[in-house]
Design a protein around this ligand. Structure first.
Ligand SMILES: [Zn+2]
Length: 125
């Protein structure tokens, strides 16, 4: 089989799916089940954050204080617009990757179509 790069796959089908999957690690399930809850993008919906200056070389963030997020005043609640802006960037990147992939795939196919069967055989295609 000829070498082909994998077709880019879309990671999230919708903004709603992105909201749930991207913050599964930091937001409680009950909040993710609430479609009106949009996580604060600065603290990942937790309402607090760790300061890298507090990180211990051995203990990591285990003993580090949790700082209240100023952006959401500790609520963990952000705006749909801020979440959508990140989502739109991911979708734009996916579209660009897909366009580039289709173009490369087109070159590959048109290149292959110019080869004779003997040439293909000798290339192991
Ligand atoms: Zn926040």
């Amino acid at each position: 089989m000829p070498q082909t790069s994998k077709r880019p796959e879309r990671r999230y089908r919708s903004l709603a799916e992105f909201r749930v999957k991207n913050w599964q690690w930091s937001v409680r399930e009950s909040r993710l089940l609430d479609p009106t809850f949009w996580p604060c993008v600065l603290c990942s919906g937790r309402g607090w954050y760790h300061n890298p200056d507090d990180r211990d070389p051995i203990e990591g963030y285990k003993l580090a204080p949790a700082h209240k997020c100023q952006a959401c005043a500790g609520t963990g609640r952000g705006t749909k617009e801020a979440v959508k802006a990140i989502y739109d960037e991911i979708v734009a990147k996916f579209r660009a990757d897909l366009t580039a992939w289709k173009e490369a795939e087109g070159h590959r196919k048109s290149g292959l179509s110019k080869l004779t069967q003997e040439e293909k055989n000798s290339l192991g295609l």
